[in-house]
Ligand binder design. Structure first.
Ligand code: GLU
Length: 509
C-alpha cells in the first residue's frame, strides 16, 4: 500500500436483519483503526440482495452506531460525503457496476452465461452422479454450459440483442496460485482450481456482493478492508477480480477478524447462546419471525462498557489493562494485535465491565440515571439524597437499576423484614438491647457514619455487644447490604429512630 494515502475504511452491512454484536465489533474495529490513523470511517449499505432486505434494518444500524458512539464520517445516515450515494441500490442506478462488469469482460476476466435454472440444475445432478463432492460452475464445468466461452461470438451477440437473461461470471483460471496478505493471518495461498466462477452481475442487472463491494471499495478509495472471518473464503476471488481490472497494486489491505464464539467455545455465538445476555445493541423486533430481542442499551449497559467489552473480543493492547476508554482504545489499537483464533464471549465478564464503569461514575451522574426508575416507582427525592444513596449502593451494583433493586429501602420504609433473622434473633433480650442502643444513637451528634461507629464502640464497651444483622434488618428490612453506619448516616437520625420504633411496635414477642 502507498503509505501516503489517507486511511479510509468502511463498515458495509447488508440490511438483512438486526445488527448483532459481531457486526458492531466489526464496525468498532474499523472505527478504531480509522481514528488511530487520522483516517475516514464510512458506512455503506450493501442492499443489492432485495430478497433479503428487512424493513427497519438500516435505521437500526444507524441508531446502533450512534448509541455506541462509533459514528462514521461519511455514509448513509451520517451526512453523505464526496462519494454519495452510499446505498448500493442507489449506486446501481448510476450504471457503475455494469461499467466494471464490462471492463472485466473486455479484459478476459469475466464472461456472459446464459444457462437457465433448469440447465444449472441438470449440471448439478450430473456432477452428483459423477460423485463430485461440491458441484461448482468452474474452469471445467463451464465448458459444457451455455456461455460466451462455449458459444460463438455471433451467437452471443444474438442472445444479448434478443434480451435473453444472462449473468456475468468471473473467469477463474485453472491451477494458478493466488497469494494475498492478510494483516491478521499473514500470507494466504490458494489454488485457483478450488474457486468457482462466481456470479458478478445477476440476470436482473443487480451486482452481487462480490462485484459491488469491489467496485465501491475502488471508487470510495478504501485502503483497508476489515471484516468478519466468514468473508475469507471469497477473498481469493476478490484478489483475482482486482487483478483482472489491472488494480492488484491498488487493492485495499485485507484483515479478517476472528469469530466470536459461544461461552463454552464450541461454535459461533448465536442468538440462543448468550447465556441470558443480549445479542443486539438495541431492542430488535424481527418482523419476519415476530420475535423480539432485548438490547444491551435497554438491559442497562453503558455504551462505553459495551464497546470496551467488544474491543477485547479478539484483541488486547498487549498489557493487562482491561478498562479502556474510547480514547485509549484508539491510541492502543492495532490490527497486528488482533488474534486469529476465535474469541469466546464471556457473559460474566460483560457484566463486570458494566460494573466497572458504573463504579467510575460520579454520584450525581448516577443520581440522574436513577431518576427515571425512581419516577416509575413514584419516588420523589432530593438530588443530593439520591446521589448519596447511589454512592452507597454502587459498589455492589452491575446496573443502575440494581441501585433501586438493592436499595429501595433508602426511599421507602420496609414493610417486610427478613423472616429468618427475626424468627431467630428477635426476643425480649435483643429488644432490650436495641431500646438501649436507641438512646445512645439519639445522642450521636453529628449523625455521621464515623460518629455512629464510635457510638457502637462505646455501647459495646459500656453495655452489650450488638447484633448488627438484627439491627440492619430492623432498619432496612433485609439482612445484608453496604456498611450499616453509612446507611444510617444517609437515612438520618429521625428516620433510623422511626424505623427502629416501628419494628419494636410491630414485632412484639
Ligand atoms: N455486506 C457484507 C456483509 O454483510 C460486507 C462484507 C465486507 O465487509 O466486505 O457483511
Amino acid at each position: 500500500m502507498n503509505t501516503e494515502k489517507k486511511v479510509r475504511v468502511r463498515f458495509a452491512p447488508s440490511p438483512t436483519g438486526g445488527l448483532h454484536m459481531g457486526g458492531v465489533r466489526t464496525a468498532l474495529f474499523n472505527y478504531l483503526f480509522a481514528k488511530k490513523h487520522g483516517g475516514d470511517f464510512i458506512l455503506r449499505i450493501e442492499d443489492t440482495d432485495q430478497n433479503r432486505y428487512v424493513k427497519g434494518a438500516e435505521e437500526y444500524i444507524i441508531e446502533s452506531l450512534k448509541w455506541c458512539g462509533i459514528e462514521p464520517n461519511e455514509g448513509v445516515g451520517f451526512g453523505d460525503g464526496p462519494h454519495a450515494p452510499y446505498r448500493q441500490s442507489e449506486r446501481k442506478k448510476t450504471g457503475i457496476y455494469e461499467k466494471y462488469a464490462q471492463k472485466l469482460i473486455e479484459a478476459g476476466g469475466a464472461y456472459y452465461a446464459f444457462d437457465t435454472e433448469e440447465e444449472l440444475e441438470e449440471m448439478r445432478k450430473r456432477l452428483e452422479v459423477a460423485r463430485v463432492v461440491s458441484p461448482q460452475y468452474n474452469h471445467i464445468t463451464r465448458m459444457n454450459m451455455r456461455n460466451s466461452l462455449t458459444l460463438s461470438y455471433d451467437e452471443v451477440q444474438k442472445l444479448l440483442d434478443s434480451g435473453v437473461p444472462y449473468v456475468v461470471r468471473l473467469k477463474v483460471p485453472r491451477n494458478e496460485e493466488i497469494r494475498f496478505y492478510d494483516i491478521i493471518r499473514g500470507w494466504i495461498v490458494v489454488n485457483s482450481s478450488t474457486i468457482d466462477d462466481k456470479v458478478l452481475l445477476k440476470s436482473d442487472g443487480m451486482p452481487t456482493y462480490h462485484l459491488a463491494h469491489i467496485v465501491d471499495d475502488i471508487e470510495m478509495q478504501i485502503t483497508h478492508v476489515i471484516r468478519g472471518e466468514e468473508w475469507l473464503p471469497s477473498a481469493p476471488a476478490h484478489v483475482l477480480t482486482y487483478k483482472f481490472l489491472g488494480l492488484e497494486q491498488n487493492m485495499p489491505q485485507l484483515a479478517h477478524l476472528p469469530l466470536i464464539l459461544k461461552p463454552d467455545g464450541k461454535g459461533k455465538l448465536s442468538k440462543r447462546d448468550t447465556s441470558g445476555l443480549p445479542m443486539f445493541p438495541l431492542n430488535w423486533y424481527d418482523e419476519r419471525t415476530g420475535e423480539s430481542y432485548v438490547g444491551y442499551k435497554e438491559s442497562g449497559f453503558f455504551p462505553e462498557a459495551f464497546i470496551n467489552m467488544l474491543a477485547l473480543l479478539g484483541w488486547n493492547p498487549g498489557n493487562n489493562q482491561e478498562i479502556l476508554s474510547k480514547q485509549e482504545l484508539i491510541q492502543l489499537f492495532s490490527l497486528e494485535k488482533v488474534h486469529k483464533a476465535g474469541a469466546k464471549f464471556d457473559p460474566e465478564k460483560t457484566k463486570w465491565f458494566n460494573q466497572q464503569y458504573l463504579r467510575k461514575k460520579d454520584k450525581y451522574e448516577l443520581a440522574d440515571l436513577l431518576q427515571p426508575i425512581l419516577k416509575e416507582n413514584n419516588i420523589q427525592a432530593e438530588k443530593n439524597y439520591v446521589a448519596e444513596v447511589c454512592e452507597l449502593m454502587k459498589e455492589k451494583a452491575y446496573f443502575v437499576k440494581d441501585i433501586w433493586d438493592m436499595g429501595s429501602y433508602m426511599f421507602v420504609d420496609p414493610d417486610t423484614y427478613d423472616e429468618k433473622v427475626i424468627q431467630k434473633k428477635w426476643n425480649t433480650e435483643s429488644q432490650k438491647i436495641i431500646i438501649e442502643l436507641l438512646q445512645y444513637l439519639d445522642k450521636t451528634e453529628p449523625f455521621s457514619a464515623e460518629h455512629i461507629h464510635h457510638t457502637f464502640e462505646q455501647f459495646i464497651q459500656q453495655k452489650h455487644k450488638i447484633d448488627y444483622q438484627l439491627l440492619r434488618t430492623c432498619i432496612t428490612g433485609v439482612s445484608s447490604g453496604p456498611s450499616l453506619a453509612h446507611i444510617m448516616a444517609v437515612l438520618g437520625k429521625e428516620k433510623v429512630k422511626d424505623r427502629i420504633l416501628k419494628v419494636l411496635e410491630r414485632v412484639k414477642v
